[in-house]
Design a protein around this ligand. Structure first.
Ligand code: CUA
Length: 160
């Protein structure tokens, strides 16, 4: 079988990109531990305010865990509770969030933090915040009339 030179290049390029994409997905999943949100962690979305940790939203220092702080966020149309999260620079933070009503987003501009918040499910993301600054948290799932106004703020501060 005769293949044209350029056709060979394209075949190599196609198969090569497939391998690269599979490698990236594999490294993300097994090395960086990023998985699609699972149905493992469920919650009664009508009683979010009564269920820990969502009965006490905000940033809390924790001991004896793989992370230093837990940032607990409750989303509902069209705001986040609390409206501002403040964490010290260099801290390993676990973001724990859920929605009380419809699907909302939790995207922190300029970072890798990006979760979908579904009613009935708890979304979690662990990361280290290593740059001082104020980061806008935006809802990136269309959730209704107030969607564009739904935002909050992550402040990464230098404690010194
Ligand atoms: Cu909440 Cu869009």
């Amino acid at each position: 079988m005769h293949l044209h030179k350029y056709e060979k290049y394209w075949l190599v390029f196609g198969v090569g990109s497939l391998i690269v994409f599979l490698l990236i997905t594999g490294i993300m999943a097994f090395h960086n531990g990023s998985h699609p949100p699972s149905a493992k962690n469920t919650i009664n979305h009508e009683k979010v305010d009564e269920i820990a940790p969502f009965n006490n939203p905000g940033v809390h220092k924790v001991e004896g865990k793989d992370w230093d702080y837990e940032a607990v966020v409750v989303a509902s149309a069209f705001y986040y509770d609390p409206p501002v999260l403040e964490v010290p620079v260099g801290a390993k933070v676990k973001f724990i969030a859920t929605s009380k009503d419809v699907v909302h987003g939790f995207g922190v501009a300029g970072t890798n933090i990006n979760m979908m918040l579904e009613p009935g499910y708890v979304s979690e993301y662990v990361t280290t915040v290593n740059k001082v600054g104020e980061y806008l948290i935006v809802c990136n799932e269309y959730c209704g009339a107030g969607h564009a106004q739904m935002h909050s703020m992550l402040k990464v501060v230098d404690p010194k």
